[in-house]
Ligand binder design. Structure first.
Ligand SMILES: [Zn+2]
Length: 155
C-alpha cells in the first residue's frame, strides 16, 4: 500500500517532513488486475474516499496550534510524489515508450531535455484540457488513461 501523509502548506518546507509536522492520513491500495483501467479507477475512488473528509469541510475547521484556536479551510494544494506515482495521480501513460511522458506538460519525449524550447512550445496539462480530451474521447492524443481523474473535480 502507498502511505498518504498530510501536512500544512504554511509549515516551512525544511520542517514539513519531520514526524510532528505531518500526519498519516491512510493507505492507498496497490492493486494488480488484468483490467488496468479498473485498477486506475479504484485508485482514484480510493483517493476520493481518503480525501473526502478534508475537502468536504465547507465551513472550515478549528485547528489548535500552541493552545490557540485557528479557523481555517483545508485545501489539497500539492501532491509530493515520485515520477511513477505522479503518473498514477495524473493518469498519464507510464510506458517509457509514451510520446508524452510528462505528467505536467505536453512536451514530447524527445524534447524533454531540450533547453531551447520557448514557453510557446510548452503546453501545460491543465485539469480542464485533460478533462476535455477524456470527454471528447481524444485522450490517447495526450497520452492519458481513459479514467476520470478525481482531482479534476476539486476547486
Ligand atoms: Zn513536463
Amino acid at each position: 500500500m502507498h502511505p498518504i501523509y498530510v501536512t500544512l502548506g504554511n509549515i516551512p518546507i525544511w520542517r514539513r517532513n519531520k514526524l510532528d509536522a505531518k500526519q498519516l492520513l491512510g493507505y492507498l491500495p496497490i492493486l494488480t488486475a488484468a483490467k488496468k483501467d479498473l485498477v486506475r479507477e479504484v485508485f482514484h475512488k480510493s483517493l476520493r474516499h481518503l480525501l473526502e473528509p478534508i475537502i468536504s469541510l465547507k465551513d472550515g475547521v478549528d485547528l489548535l496550534v500552541n493552545n490557540e484556536n485557528f479557523w481555517f479551510y483545508p485545501r489539497v494544494s500539492t501532491i509530493i510524489a515520485d515520477w511513477p506515482e505522479a503518473a498514477s495521480f495524473c493518469l498519464v501513460y507510464k510506458s517509457s515508450n509514451s510520446n508524452l511522458p510528462c505528467h505536467f506538460c505536453l512536451v514530447k519525449k524527445n524534447d524533454l531535455a531540450n533547453t531551447d524550447l520557448s514557453s510557446d512550445d510548452i503546453i501545460l496539462r491543465t485539469h480542464d484540457e485533460m478533462c476535455k480530451h477524456l470527454e471528447s474521447h481524444t485522450q490517447t492524443s495526450v497520452c492519458i488513461e481513459s479514467v476520470p481523474n478525481f482531482f479534476w473535480e476539486l476547486p
